[in-house]
Write a protein that binds this ligand. Structure first.
Ligand code: SF4
Length: 433
């Protein structure tokens, strides 16, 4: 297997747009400070009593935490970093240089992951410019060799490690399994919903022997389990198998009201934690356009019908464009978020389907999309408007929902534990949404 660093093509095009950015990276994020940088920061401000007091006041130390999280920067109540100055620049960097920044600030919005010997570079959609580059171009999520790593990432050494350990079958076979998932997502002759169902079926087939901490690959059982893994992956290369999953899945009729209730409660819960004006405006718009914004008991089935009709309309007007956003998002997620972070592949696919469902509801509920769907045919500038709404939706959810502890706990609870068929059933419900 190649050890050459790779990066996703859109990251070769990414440039921070600084003062033209509709957001800022210095708000709404959790900023851990590693031990080495904590010392560097403290030494840098030592000669300035004012800076030292400011730093002391806004650092929450985490003495028992991992080396990479020995402290956190405590954000202001409005979510902004306390070091963000009136010109929207970092006061620490301005006064003490780039070297003093915590790794996450120096590398943001780049995401660096080390799979064994190999480094991969992607980005976080929490940055609007990354979201634009990633979602709107056909070839955005193609991997490329990254020969001069430092040209793309200020601190490649701050990579997250996916330990690939010959004794741990889950990580040892992870690249092969991910390659199979990527091939399935590339089968664009099928709707994304069917491809998610295929991922779910594949993960379900592996669920009883391939998971974190599995002992099925130990000792004499190893050869048999490896053969079974390879057989299962191979099965999902077969056109007949894919067609059968597509047909079975297409025949399912699933109620969408409960999904609307779940997704809107996630959005409302995040809005209630004060995530800033852009997020609040987006969520209020979604609730208003689906008529879920007043105090009367919510008619979720009516909201579901509105959603379904509008999605249908969006497909008719701008189907190709809308499909591109979700295709790129799904591929990107497989690159950017290693499935080995979750206890099982099925749980990972479940979370992916949940995210896609939430994004679909939010995009379709976006006020600008609702307006576009009222037009009889695409108009000049309508694709640009749709792109703008999509970038805003994917970026704000990446920043304010997808990594929120409450959302992750909810996803974990919903996925259930040890009930593979039930989890697969939920994957299908969200995929169908
Ligand atoms: S969010 Fe992205 S584009 Fe905006 S200032 Fe930060 S890095 Fe630059």
């Amino acid at each position: 297997m190649s050890t050459e660093p790779t990066l996703l093509r859109y990251m070769t095009r990414f440039r921070c747009i600084a003062e033209r950015c509709e957001d800022t990276c210095c708000t709404g994020l959790k900023v851990p400070v590693g031990e080495a940088h904590l010392r560097k920061m403290q030494e840098a401000v030592a000669n300035s009593p004012e800076d030292a007091a400011h730093l002391h006041q806004h650092l929450l130390t985490n003495p028992g935490g991992p080396l990479s999280e020995r402290a956190f920067i405590q954000m202001r109540p409005d979510g902004h970093c306390p070091f963000l100055d009136t010109e929207r620049l970092c006061a620490l960097q301005r006064r003490h240089g780039e070297a003093v920044l915590p790794d996450i600030c120096a590398n943001f919005p780049r995401v660096v992951t080390r799979w064994g010997e190999r480094v991969e570079i992607s980005g976080t959609l929490a940055c609007p410019e990354v979201a634009r580059q990633c979602l709107l171009e056909e070839d955005a999520v193609e991997p490329e060799p990254a020969l001069a790593l430092s040209q793309y990432v200020p601190r490649p050494e701050a990579a997250r490690d996916v330990r690939v350990d010959g004794e741990d079958a889950y990580t040892f076979h992870a690249e092969t399994v991910r390659a199979a998932l990527l091939r399935l997502v590339h089968r664009r002759e099928y709707p994304l919903a069917s491809r998610l169902a295929m991922l779910g079926q594949l993960a379900h087939g592996l669920d009883d022997f391939y998971f974190r901490g599995t002992e099925s690959f130990q000792g004499e059982a190893r050869a048999e389990s490896e053969a079974r893994l390879s057989e299962e992956l191979q099965r999902f290369e077969s056109p007949e198998v894919l067609e059968a999953v597509h047909q079975d899945f297409g025949g399912l009729s699933l109620p969408g009201g409960p999904c609307v209730g779940l997704f809107t409660s996630v959005l409302k819960a995040r809005m209630a934690t004060g995530r800033g004006e852009r997020f609040t405006t987006l969520v209020r718009g979604v609730l208003e356009s689906l008529r879920l914004d007043d105090d009367s008991p919510a008619d979720l089935d009516a909201a579901w019908r509105t959603y379904a009709e509008r999605w249908h309309r969006l497909e008719a007007l701008h189907g190709e464009r809308a499909r591109l956003y979700f295709h790129n998002y799904t591929l990107h997620q497989l690159w950017r978020a290693p499935f080995t972070d979750t206890p099982s592949l099925l749980e990972y696919v479940f979370r992916l389907a949940l995210r896609v469902g939430l994004l679909r509801l939010t995009l379709v509920g976006h006020l600008r999309v609702a307006e576009l769907c009222l037009t009889p045919s695409p108009t000049a500038g309508s694709q640009e408007q749709l792109d703008g709404a999509a970038v805003e939706t994917f970026q704000l959810l990446a920043k304010h929902v997808e990594q929120a502890p409450g959302f992750l706990t909810l996803a974990e609870g919903l996925a259930g534990e040890g009930r593979s068929a039930e989890t697969l059933g939920k994957v299908l419900v969200f995929a169908a949404f």
